[in-house]
Design a protein around this ligand. Structure first.
Ligand code: HEC
Length: 131
């Protein structure tokens, strides 16, 4: 009888250990769910990356005077350079400021460091500043 009992007890112990191990594996979550990734907001990029030192947009920031006022940019961006859509022109204006110089202004705009998400959000915002 003893050997049978030992077998049963051992089986029970093994089952308990395996169950515990399984729970432990599932409880271990290598992804930190408390860290949420904030979507990049184009308005915030515009306000925090130096653009407002030179540009104004009515209702957004109205102090920058060195560069053209960007109010109404969505309406003229598509007309600036033949072959460039409004989105392409705005993107180029930020990535390569010297590629096209707005009449009456000098080559003063620097290329500011922006990552891809910031650039995408900024272009989207400039095309639809919601003012
Ligand atoms: C040191 C001043 C300065 C800063 C900073 C600056 N710009 Fe400019 N920007 C200019 C000037 C001057 C022009 C006009 C000359 C030209 O076309 O490059 C211009 C032109 C532009 C144009 C084209 C406007 C049009 O009417 O066609 C856009 C769009 C623009 N800037 C966006 C930005 C954004 C977005 C930022 C921030 C990432 C920024 N600029 C930062 C000075 C600046």
């Amino acid at each position: 009888m003893w050997p049978d009992r030992i077998g049963t007890v051992l089986t029970a112990v093994i089952v308990v250990l395996l169950a515990g191990a399984t729970v432990a594996v599932y409880a271990y979550d290598p992804v930190d769910n408390t860290a949420t990734v904030e979507p990049v907001d184009g308005r915030t990029v515009f306000l925090t990356k130096g653009c407002t030192g030179c540009h104004s947009i009515d209702g957004v920031s109205e102090t920058g005077q060195i560069g053209p006022n960007l109010t109404g940019l969505p309406d003229r961006a598509g007309e600036r350079v033949d072959g460039l859509s409004a989105g392409e022109y705005v993107r180029q204006s930020v990535l390569e400021p010297q590629a096209y110089i707005v009449s009456g202004y000098g080559e003063l705009m620097p290329t500011l460091p922006l990552d891809t998400d910031e650039l995408d959000a900024l272009v989207e915002f400039l095309l639809d500043p919601g003012t």
